[in-house]
Design a protein around this ligand. Structure first.
Ligand code: SF4
Length: 55
């Protein structure tokens, strides 16, 4: 499992990128996850201001 991103909801704020301890997220037009790095930690889910992330 990796984090799921609701691309319609994401506002590309970048908070999840800063929160991720394994550097699995990047923001292009919206947040993107590197599935080879994501470890289901959930720090990104906790910081997203618009609830665009879920595990
Ligand atoms: S914290 Fe939420 S709104 Fe901000 S870039 Fe990440 S997924 Fe998008």
């Amino acid at each position: 499992m990796v984090v799921k991103i609701d691309e319609e909801t994401c506002i590309a704020c970048g908070l999840c990128v800063e929160a991720c301890p394994v550097d699995a997220l990047a923001v292009e037009d919206v947040a993107k996850v590197d599935e080879s790095k994501c470890e289901d930690i959930g720090d990104c889910v906790a910081v997203c201001p618009v609830d665009a992330l879920s595990l």
